[in-house]
Structures are given as C-alpha cells and as structure tokens.
Design a protein around this ligand. Structure first.
Ligand code: HEM
Length: 403
C-alpha cells in the first residue's frame, strides 16, 4: 500500500529508490491520478497516462538528443562508448546504425532460432528437474538469453563469467543525471573493460570473419566505412548488454508473477497455445524497464501542460502499462488478456530491436517451465535486485514438483 508523504518531491517514484524498484505500481497509480504530467525535482518531465506516452514515443517531434545534438546530462566532451550506441542517436546516425544490424532481428530470422532456444531451455530444465528447487535467474533466465546473444554475435560463451557483472554495471551509463556519481563511475569503468574486451575480440575475428553480427559489423566498417571504430565497439557492447540484461528480467519477473497466480499456471499448462499472450501479459504486468527518455524537438502539450522544446520527458512505461483508461482492471494478471498492446518495448523509432527475440526466449523458457513442472512456490516474497539499472533480480529461488 502506498502512503503519499507531503515532503517527497518524487512522489514515491524516484527510479533510484529501492521501494520504487520493489513495487513501482502503487506510487505510479497515485502520480497518474494526481499529476499525470509531472515535473520532477531534476527538471525532467514525466508522463504516466498510456495515451500521452504513446504520443511522446510515436507522434510528437522528439528524439533522444537536444536539437543542438547534445545528450541530456552528459558533457559534450564525454568520449565514453555508451554515447555512440544506436539508442543514444537521432537520425541520420540512428537510422544508419540500426539498419546495419536489423536483419538479424527480423521476426523471420528470429523464428529460425527457435530450435536452438528450445534446446538451451530443455538442457537448463534437465539440470534442475530432480532437485525440486532452482534459482530461476541462475538456472534459466540468465543462461537462455546470454547463450543466444553470444551465439548470434559471435562472442565466446566461455567468457560469460567475465562480462556478466560488467554488462549489468554498464547499464547505469544510461542513467547520467539520476544515479549517484560513484555508480556512474562504476558504469564507466565497466564500459571501459567491455571496450577492451571487444577490441581484442575484434582484432582476433578480423582474420576469420563468419556470418555472425560481430563479423558483419566489422565488414561494414572495413568495406564501406559506414562505421567508425568507436561506433563498432559501442554497437557491440550495446547489443550484448541489451541482448541479455532485460530478458533476465522478463523470464524471472514473469515466472514470479505466474508463481503468485497458481490458477494462471494451470490455465497455461492446459492451454499451451496461450503462451504468446501470457508473455505479453508478463511484460505488461511487471516490466523490467519502467521508463524511457525523450527530448522534445518542438514544444508539445500534454493534458493541461505545455512543455518547452528541448525539455527531457520520461515516458513512464510501467505507469502506461497499468493505466485503467487503457487496460481494464490493470492490476489483474490475466494471461488471456485481449487487446494487450503494452509499452514494455517502448515505441517509435527506438522500439526495441530485440523484441521478437526476447518474446521468443520468454515463450520457450516459461512454456518449458510450466509444461514440465508445477506446484511452484517462491522461497521468498522479497526480491533481491541485481546490480543493473533495470528491474532485474539477482536471484529467484523457487520450489516445484515434476508433473
Ligand atoms: C524483455 C526483454 C527486453 C525489454 C523489456 C526491452 C526493452 C527495450 C526498451 C524499453 C527499449 C527502448 C525503446 C524506446 O525508447 O522506445 C529498447 C531498445 C533496444 N533494445 Fe530492447 N528490450 C528487451 C530485450 C532486448 C533484446 C533481447 C535485444 C537484442 C539485442 C534488445 C535490443 C535493443 C536495442 C538494440 C535497442 C535500441 C533500439 C534503437 O535505439 O533503435 N532488447 N529495448
């Protein structure tokens, strides 16, 4: 239950607070009902109504940089690799960078990976089947996306132990302006380590190019000079991070929601073809990324407030996904929910490139779990969060019985 206090200028929705991370929905409901277009103490605006967030992402003139080309809260002389990832670019750079890798993520290309994904899931579940207990993160939610993105990119899986911590810490590079300075420093240090790692890998790969994403990025750089060396490193780091960090959140938070709703587990077990809508409901109900930022490229009016050009505006995805104006009975977890166009993957030009991949990985992992095991119980109601910026648990211990 959220009890508003008068002295909290963030109104319970400070993304760096543990209480928000634990359960952002009660304070987001409150914020939406009392001040849906809200100015934060940072000078950043935030939108909490579904219709407003959709307009921000898809309709108004906005980008991720100011009209002068600066990144919000980042000094113009900052040379860290984070700033060159496609997610930090406006057109024409964004269009060029996204196009270079988008072929690997089309629904058709991703569907061809299904046997591989199912195989990884089956091996994960075989390993824990007899014990009746598992840590969903360690045993399923982490190995599935990390194996897949490593294979797709051509990054040796054997190196996973080395970069799992770096990738989680590096996500805070996206939180310039809100995270404490020591967290940003750790993110920069992790980014540097990942940069050195990819530098060595790229040098080695150059002599044996294949058809993986890294080889294709190297070719793009060598052949047509479409990618600078820094851009090459940044796309590599960014894709590795994006490819597994948030999907750990989908599989583990989705499993937690199901375990907390045993009737939905049985419904899914009895009707396996509900898996696609079940994954959408997991993404809507409890999303790993609660907000996505934009910068207005012209003045825009939301509700009764007019926000000036070059203002930073956060689309509060988690609030939009529980907006009662859009989703009837929004706090109910219903794997058969119809008309479920949630915003967990953002929208517009930056709509998540890996959405089909993440969806398919989520389907395979959660379908596997529910078909083979039942009688799930959480070892603890409290989630211990990992070191990432996103809502990604560090561990999720559960008990189960084999069916
Ligand atoms: C459940 C898992 C995932 C969630 C919740 C998620 C969510 C998001 C969100 C919210 C954005 C920003 C969208 C916006 O600002 O409009 C994004 C962008 C992105 N995501 Fe994902 N993502 C997930 C998995 C993945 C995977 C598996 C990949 C594979 C590499 C991926 C690659 C990307 C990329 C490259 C971008 C930047 C796209 C651009 O700037 O054009 N994501 N994602």
């Amino acid at each position: 239950m959220y009890e508003p206090t008068t002295d909290d200028p963030w109104m319970g929705c400070n993304p760096t607070d543990l209480s928000y991370r634990n359960d952002p929905y009660p304070p987001l409901h409150h914020l939406r009902s009392v001040d849906p277009v809200n100015l934060t103490p940072l000078g950043v605006w935030r939108l909490t109504r579904y219709a407003d967030v959709v307009r921000l992402l898809r309709e108004v003139r906005a980008g991720v940089r100011t009209t002068a080309g600066s990144m919000p809260f980042v000094p113009d002389n900052d040379n860290s690799p984070q700033g060159r990832f496609m997610l930090q670019q406006d057109p024409p750079n964004h269009t060029r960078l996204r196009k270079l890798v988008s072929r690997a993520f089309t629904p058709r290309a991703v569907q061809q990976l299904k046997p591989k994904i199912d195989g990884v899931v089956a091996r994960c579940l075989d390993r824990v089947a007899d014990s009746g207990t598992m840590d969903v993160v360690r045993d399923l939610a982490l190995p599935v996306p990390s194996t897949l993105i490593c294979e797709m990119m051509g990054v040796p899986l054997a190196d996973r132990e080395r970069f799992t911590q770096w990738t989680a810490e590096a996500t805070h590079g996206l939180a310039a302006g809100i995270a404490p300075p020591e967290v940003i420093e750790r993110a920069m240090a992790a980014g540097m380590k990942l940069g050195e790692y990819f530098d060595a890998l790229i040098t080695e790969r150059r002599s044996s190019l294949t058809d993986d994403i890294l080889s294709n990025l190297i070719r793009a750089k060598d052949d047509e000079d479409r990618l600078s060396p820094d851009e090459l490193i940044s796309q590599s780091i960014g894709l590795l991070i994006a490819g597994f960090e948030t999907t750990i959140g989908l599989i583990s938070l989705g499993t937690r929601a199901l375990v907390q709703h045993p009737a939905e587990v049985e419904r899914l077990h009895d009707s396996p073809d509900m898996i696609s809508s079940a994954i959408d409901e997991c993404l809507r109900y409890d999303t790993p990324i609660t907000l996505t930022p934009r910068v207005l490229h012209e003045e825009a009016t939301f509700g009764d407030k007019t926000i000036p050009k070059d203002s930073i505006v956060w689309g509060m995805l988690a609030a939009a996904n529980r907006d009662p104006e859009r989703f009837p009975d929004p706090d109910r977890f219903d794997i058969g929910r119809q008309d479920n166009e949630h915003l967990a993957f953002g929208g517009g030009a930056h709509f998540c490139l890996g959405a089909h991949l993440a969806h398919l990985e989520g389907e395979s992992a959660i379908a596997g779990l529910v078909q083979r095991f039942g009688n799930f119980e959480l070892e603890s109601e409290t989630v211990e969060w990992g070191p990432s910026l996103f809502r990604v648990p560090a561990a999720l211990p559960i008990r189960f019985r084999q069916r």
